[in-house]
Design a protein around this ligand. Sequence first.
Ligand code: UD2
Length: 349
Amino acid sequence: MAGYDNRLLPMALKGFRAKKRLLWWLFLSASGVLGLYLFGFRILRHLETLIPMGVCPAATTPLLKDNFTGALHHRARPEVLTCTSWGAPIIWDGTFDPHVAEQEARRQNLTVGLTVFAVGRYLEKYLKRFLESAEQYFMVGQNVVYYVFTDRPEAMPYVALGQSRLLRVEFVQRERRWQDVSMARMRTLHEALGKQLGQEADYVFCLDVDQYFAGNFGPEALADLVGQLHAWHYRWPRWLLPYERDKRSAAALSWGEGDFYYHAAVFGGTVKALRKLTAHCDLGQQLDRERGIEALWQDESHLNKFFWLYKPSKLLSPEFCWAQPIGWRTEIHHPRLLWAPKEYTLVRT
Ligand code: UD2
């Protein structure tokens, strides 16, 4: 054919292929970004389960005994860490006998306190379900005294209580910022432990309200000083844990410090131990305030500092306070508390 340049066709084909490649590249990148956005988080959380938790040294396991549950059955849970380096048990489902603990608590005729704060909108949103589920699962068959701290005692929901269970409502001022409400709990608890609560309870658990019981939370959880492993962080390497790192803060932990990351939504112990804990955290928060700073996770950062300095005598596995958004995990057999959906825009206004 006259005038036909035989280089045009290959050039056109090349241009077409380049555009096609570019389109494919764009398509794949967009799918990758979308995929990571939608599922990547879950994939990463799944990879986390490959990080080993460590094992209890064989020499220490026979020596590990708990004052409430007796000897611990470490072999029942070989896939998880069941003790700390300082010899405290980490309580996982199957490592203890709940009946032994129940009998022991009844024999000692103990009273267990449960404190919870429901200030502002946290009251309507979470309190009723929290208390009703506690009636079903918390220290069943034991003497229990609930302490609800609220700025609106008149708005308390009605909750039918079982035998040997009491509810006391205490008024607290509402702080302006939610962070201050959270931190002010340490001082209020310290004062309450020094008054009637401290006289009527042998052991006390201090809990966040935005959660609910979903399984038996019994005397197996009792000890002098109890810390809760944080569901989001229990498999993370120590250097990644969200401790306060600013050296100016009283809550600061330097690199290389810290054992585990503890969740402030659950801690407990004897009245004496908790008086010390709450005094320490309150003082730390006060010092930070004077320096014009606030720890990364407020009271939780100070609690983590305290547990680094004064080791808890018992740790609760993440089964005791589980966050469902993390997804399914083989080691989580029997969740005791579940986080309620966080609705910060609704409750923190
Ligand atoms: C995280 C920790 C919490 C605490 C907080 C401080 C979780 C589940 N909990 O909670 O233990 O360390 O960080 O940064 O990760 N409250 C009120 N009214 C308010 C604000 C708080 O009653 O206006 C009470 C309530 O009992 C609540 C608790 O304080 O459950 C902690 O506050 P949060 O649940 O809003 O804080 P959150 O979920 O980030």
